[in-house]
Design a binder for this molecule. Structure first.
Ligand code: 13P
Length: 343
C-alpha cells in the first residue's frame, strides 16, 4: 500500500463520526473478564462472544473498524463464515493486535516493555493476505514514585516506532497505543506530565523511523487522576487537560486520535469524549485531528454483563453494545448528554 492508500484508510477509520471497537483482549484477559461473571473460560465461549459483537445489527452505523486478537482473527461464526469476511460484508475494517504483550523491563522495577518485533514482518504479511487493513501495538506505562523512567519510555517508544514502520511497509495502518495507566493514587497533573513525556518520546521515535504520520492513528489514554486519587476531577477538567496535552505534542499531520477507555465506566468515557469535542465549539479551539474512540471495556462491558454466556441474552446484549456505540458516535459531535443514557 502506498502513502495515499495508508492515508485513505487512516482517514476512513475516523470518518463519519464513527469509532473503533477494541475486542482484542488476549485469551488471558478475556478469560479473566468471563470468570468475574461466571462465564466458562473456553475457546467456544470466547468465539460465541466475539460472534455476538460482530454480528450486532447496524453496528457499522457507529463502528468503522474492529480490532481482533490473533485467536479471533482466525475464527468463524457458528455457520462457518470467517469473522473477517463478516466484518467486511458489514463495511467494517478488520484490524489485528500484533504485539506479544508486556514483560518486566530489566533494571526498571515496576515497569514493562512490550515485545513482539521478532518475526513481525512475516506475521504482518500473513495478516494482510487474510484481509487485515490496520494493526495495533500497546505499550504500558505506569505512573508512580519516580515513574515512568526515561529508560522505560525510550524502550517502549522505540518498539512502537519499529512496529509502526513495519506495518506501513506491509500496507497496514498502525494504531500506536502508549497507555499511561490509571492504576494508582497519582494526581491528574502527574498523569499529564507522564502523558506529555511519553508522547514526546513516541513522536520523536516515529519520526526517526520514518513513519508516515498521515497514515497512522494515535491511541492514547485520557489525562486522568489515578483510580485511587482522592481528588477525582470534573468531566470538563479532564477534557481540558487531555486536549491541552495533546495539542502540545501530537503533530497536526496525524489524522485521528482514538482514545482507549482504560477502566473508566462507559458513561464517563463517553461524557469526557463529548466534552473534548464540545470544547472545539465553545472555545473556538479548532483541533487539527479527529477525536474519536477505540474503547474496549467502555463499549463491551454493559453488553457482557447482560450476555453472561446465555444464548437467550444475545439480543439485549447486542442492543446494549449498539447503545454505547451510538452514545460515543454522538460524543464525537459533542451531541451526547446524560439523557441519552437515562433513556
Ligand atoms: P480499554 O478501552 O478497555 O482500555 O481497551 C482498549 C484497548 O485496546 C486496550 O489495549
Amino acid at each position: 500500500m502506498n502513502a495515499a492508500d495508508l492515508t485513505a484508510v487512516a482517514r476512513q477509520l475516523v470518518a463519519g463520526d464513527k469509532g473503533l471497537l477494541a475486542m482484542d483482549e488476549s485469551i488471558a484477559t478475556c478469560n479473566r473478564r468471563f470468570a468475574a461473571l461466571g462465564i466458562p473460560q473456553t475457546e467456544p465461549a470466547r468465539r460465541a462472544w466475539r460472534e455476538l459483537l460482530i454480528t450486532s445489527p447496524r453496528l457499522s452505523a457507529c463502528i468503522s473498524g474492529a480490532i481482533l486478537c490473533d485467536e479471533t482473527f482466525q475464527q468463524s461464526t457458528a455457520a462457518g463464515a470467517p469473522f473477517t469476511q463478516v466484518l467486511a460484508a458489514a463495511g467494517i475494517l478488520s484490524g489485528v493486535k500484533v504485539d506479544a504483550g508486556a514483560v518486566y523491563l530489566a533494571g526498571h522495577p515496576g515497569e514493562t516493555v512490550t515485545e513482539g518485533l521478532d518475526g513481525l514482518r512475516a506475521r504482518l504479511a500473513a495478516y494482510v493476505r487474510q484481509g487485515a487493513r490496520f494493526a495495533k501495538w500497546r505499550a504500558v506505562i505506569a505512573v508512580g514514585d519516580r515513574l515512568p523512567t526515561l529508560g522505560c519510555i525510550d524502550a517502549n517508544a522505540h518498539a512502537l516506532a519499529r512496529y509502526a514502520a513495519l506495518c506501513q511497509e506491509a500496507g497496514l495502518v498502525p494504531i500506536v497505543e502508549p497507555e499511561v495507566l490509571m492504576t494508582g493514587g497519582h494526581s491528574l497533573s502527574a498523569c499529564r506530565d507522564a502523558t506529555e513525556c511519553v508522547l514526546r518520546g513516541v513522536f520523536d521515535q516515529l519520526q526517526r523511523q520514518r513513519v508516515l504520520l498521515e497514515g497512522m492513528l494515535l491511541k492514547p489514554n485520557m489525562v486522568l487522576p489515578g483510580l485511587g486519587c482522592p481528588a477525582q476531577e470534573t468531566v470538563d477538567a479532564v477534557a481540558d487537560a487531555t486536549v491541552d496535552t495533546l495539542m502540545r505534542v501530537v503533530p497536526a499531520a496525524v489524522p485521528g486520535i482514538v482514545f482507549l477507555s482504560g477502566g473508566q465506566s462507559g458513561e464517563l468515557a463517553t461524557a469526557r469524549l463529548n466534552a473534548m469535542n464540545l470544547r472545539r465549539e465553545t472555545r473556538g479551539a479548532r483541533l487539527p485531528w479527529a477525536l474519536s474512540f477505540s474503547f474496549g471495556r467502555a463499549l463491551q462491558h454493559p453488553a457482557l454483563e447482560l450476555w453472561r454466556g446465555e444464548a437467550a441474552n444475545v439480543i439485549p446484549s447486542q442492543q446494549a453494545l449498539l447503545h454505547r456505540a451510538a452514545c460515543n458516535r454522538a460524543a464525537r459531535r459533542g451531541a451526547y448528554g446524560p439523557a441519552m443514557d437515562a433513556a
